[in-house]
Design a protein around this ligand. Structure first.
Ligand SMILES: *Cc1c(COP(=O)(O)O)cnc(C)c1O
Length: 301
């Protein structure tokens, strides 16, 4: 994987408040491998591509709407490497075609194995068995979070990002926030907006990062993958006003919470806040399918 040629822009979100908010557009890195998933895979994939393995293969795990699953499938297509996705939920075996993320992943050439939720929880056993079955394959954990992923996140931070008081990101497995925390400048504070309720997140992030410069703020809005009408309206309003698309699983939730915090004067006057747009826009199609079942006339525009 090559470093992106474009310089990732930082855009001000004009609020008319006493604090200033900026968005770093990691979603623009690549049309398919976008956002933080690009950086998380960067060293994992590059080190693997450098190895003298004849029959390369990339294997990973994820849920049916996973940005990570889609991204790995795109990497496989671009580098002509077969990919295998272990997908949570046996019930999907007969109807994965109805799921836009899995359909796109399949078009990119990914093979699937559908795993029951019980077995999926035992990832260590699954991984051990996969290593036996495919000794030469690159096996990437769920969400792509591992030590090399955290090393890749350093590229989201540049000389330009040093001038901000706060660095903000949505949090799923925590790898991205751990990288931001590890590579942040000394005076910077890091805010993670967790969209997953997971009491072990803080410790996991600390173990990866080695620094305690971060704070987690709950932004799950009803749970991981749950989409509220209020948040959809927020995302659509944000797009209308700023012409930037957010996604309903990660960045939309982070931004709504961040707006609330700014409104409630969480930040001191004059604070400069940088939020990372970590991508995830492939998930909108799937989210709209779920929304259609729940609400009439409501979709992510
Ligand atoms: C995966 C993902 C995240 C969370 O990244 P983690 O490293 O798993 O915490 C945030 N935003 C988007 C758009 C993602 O796809």
């Amino acid at each position: 994987m090559q470093l992106p040629i474009i310089k990732i822009p930082i855009t001000e979100i004009l609020l008319g408040k006493n604090v200033r908010l900026f968005l770093k557009r990691e979603d623009l890195i690549h049309t398919e491998i976008s956002g933080n998933k690009f950086w998380k895979l960067f060293y994992n994939i590059n080190l693997y591509l450098d190895q003298a393995i004849k029959e390369k293969k990339i294997i990973t795990f994820g849920g049916a709407f996973s940005n990570h699953i889609f991204t790995v499938s795109a990497v496989g297509k671009i580098y002509k490497i077969p990919t295998l996705g272990l997908i949570r939920g046996e019930e999907l075996a007969g109807k994965w075609q109805e799921n836009p993320t899995l359909r796109k992943a399949k078009e990119n050439g990914m093979e699937f194995r559908f795993i029951s939720r019980e077995k999926y929880r035992e990832k260590e056993i699954l991984t051990k068995n996969l290593k036996k079955e495919f000794p030469d394959a690159l096996i990437i954990p769920e969400g792509g979070s591992n030590t090399l992923a955290i090393k890749g996140i350093q590229h989201m931070l540049t000389d330009e990002t040093k001038e901000f008081d706060y660095l903000c990101s949505a949090v799923g497995t925590g790898g991205t926030l751990a990288g931001i925390s590890h590579y942040a400048a000394e005076n910077q504070k890091v805010l993670g907006f967790n969209v997953v309720e997971d009491s072990s997140l803080e410790e996991k992030i600390f173990n990866w990062s080695g620094k305690k410069n971060f704070e987690l703020i709950s932004a799950s809005f009803g749970g991981y993958g749950k989409i509220s009408a209020e948040n959809v309206r927020f995302i659509n309003g944000f797009k209308e006003k700023y012409s930037i698309q957010l996604d309903p699983i990660y960045t939309g939730k982070m931004m709504q919470k961040l707006f609330e915090m700014i409104e409630n004067n969480y930040f001191e006057d004059g604070t400069k806040i940088l939020a990372f747009h970590t991508g995830g826009l492939q998930g909108i199609e799937g989210a709209n399918l779920l929304l259609r079942k729940k609400f009439e006339n409501l979709k992510v525009q």
